[in-house]
Design a protein around this ligand. Structure first.
Ligand code: SF4
Length: 88
């Protein structure tokens, strides 16, 4: 009858804090597939992030699969045609 079933939540915990990852702040790599020559270096070096798509161009399937540092060193820096970029 009262209808007061614990609806008071002033100052309650933020539901986003527990499962919140730094994902929101990470830059995400992406491949310019028009420029990619499908050499596979990025896929070989960082298979957690890159894969070859059906048309033999690399694509990013898990941008958070490795650290930015590793992606930079093992993919961005070694891509022979420099077609891997970062996007915020
Ligand atoms: S290293 Fe560069 S050119 Fe080679 S597959 Fe990856 S994105 Fe394409």
């Amino acid at each position: 009858m009262d209808g007061e079933g614990g609806g008071v939540n002033a100052g309650s915990t933020n539901p986003y804090t527990t499962s919140y990852k730094e994902d929101e702040y990470m830059r995400k790599p992406w491949v310019d597939q028009d420029a990619c020559i499908g050499c596979g270096l990025c896929v070989t070096n960082v298979p957690q992030v890159f894969r070859l798509a059906d048309h033999d161009k690399a694509e990013v399937y898990d941008p958070g699969g490795e650290t930015e540092d590793t992606i930079q060193r093992e993919a961005v820096d070694i891509c022979p045609v420099s077609c891997i970029y970062w996007r915020d």
